[in-house]
Design a protein around this ligand. Sequence first.
Ligand SMILES: NC(=O)c1ccc[n+]([C@@H]2O[C@H](COP(=O)([O-])OP(=O)(O)OC[C@H]3O[C@@H](n4cnc5c(N)ncnc54)[C@H](O)[C@@H]3O)[C@@H](O)[C@H]2O)c1
Length: 407
Amino acid sequence: MVNVVGLGYIGLPTILMLGAHGVEVTGTDYNSELVDTLNHGRLSFKEEGLEALYQEAREHGVSFTTEYVEADVYIISVPTPYEEITKKVDASYVVSAVRSVLPVCAKGAVIVIESTISPGTIDTYIRPVIREYGLVIGEDVHLAHAPERIIPGNMIHELLNNDRTIGADDLIIGEKIKNIYSSFCQGTITVTSIRAAEMTKVVENTFRDINIAYANELARICHEQNLDVYEIIRIANQHPRVNILSPGPGVGGHCIPIDPWFLVGDFPSLTHVIKAAREVNDSMPEYVLSRVSEVMNECGIEDISRVGFYGLTYKADVDDVRDSPTLQMLSSLKRHLCGNRVKVYDPMVEKDIVPNQYHDLDIFLNAVDLVVILVDHREIKENMNKLEGKIIFDTRHICSMEGVYHL
Ligand SMILES: NC(=O)c1ccc[n+]([C@@H]2O[C@H](COP(=O)([O-])OP(=O)(O)OC[C@H]3O[C@@H](n4cnc5c(N)ncnc54)[C@H](O)[C@@H]3O)[C@@H](O)[C@H]2O)c1
């Protein structure tokens, strides 16, 4: 029996995938509203293919509860933010989840931490908790780390096909956990040590952050030089060993803006590039705001309420708004007393989460003169004609109309 603890963006698809592939599994989350939602046949977020997977998993008897249940494998998938001041991982959610399963776990159970954690987190925070509880690691309880690589928007495909890493104290436990993930994962599963698995996951997201930062820095240099950054990148990428990513308005979500800080927090004197990349990406929303102001001046727009931000999520075609560049821009505007006046629209975000939020594309477009494209949702790509006659600042490079402002 497997108990998945934490049924958010990662835990939910994971439990559904396990259940749909015949693994006996129960999901636990301390958020009773979320558990009710799931038990009443509704999903807590939108993701292509998740509804069908949910139905399949339910037919296989998957259930959700606020209780921690007796199991021989626990998959812990709870948040891992960083501490604001030290930048080190905030392991408190993981520690608390582990504390909650210890009183009920079967003898010899494996606790798999799926949350992203900084290298050494299991040694520093988790082992002491288990010892304190009077259990012997390697006998009463085993530990493993199985970080997740999936990207919202393509979760189902990636759960099925991505390669994975599993860190464990010994090979037998590693293979046992590998077998569970192999119930659905067709990718290669590498078994290694816990510390190597912890480090690998953080290194992967840090790699992405640094590469995005490079593209963002180039965008700023090219703007100074009156050069088209997209043309420069397209030509540079013709080099057989160059692959520059696209610039954008910043990075959001629960991974890339967070995980590199773990390394900065733990190794402050060794992380110059990583820290600089974080700072570049974190400064992009402010940079975009300064460009919006330039465009407004150039086009004679004086009233900020005639400006519309298209997109609130941190990436295309998902409903996750955590740490999104648009939210960062809105909070910066709020600090400058005009945040409530910009108009905002996102087809994926049904609830009102910011002032002046619209829920109909046509009405939104009618209410503004300048449209700032901050997210490349499929909807806007398929409705480019509706932008005709508008002043457009496209931070995602999806609009090829004449006169569009780019990063
Ligand atoms: N979201 C992503 O794209 C992504 C991708 C790869 C890895 N990750 C990692 O996966 C982990 C989970 O991220 P997420 O996006 O799913 O977070 P989330 O906030 O969407 O979900 C976490 C869930 O855990 C629950 N929870 C917290 N503490 C609990 C406890 N003690 N007992 C029971 N439930 C508890 C919360 O109520 C919440 O529903 C993080 O470490 C994150 O870095 C996330």
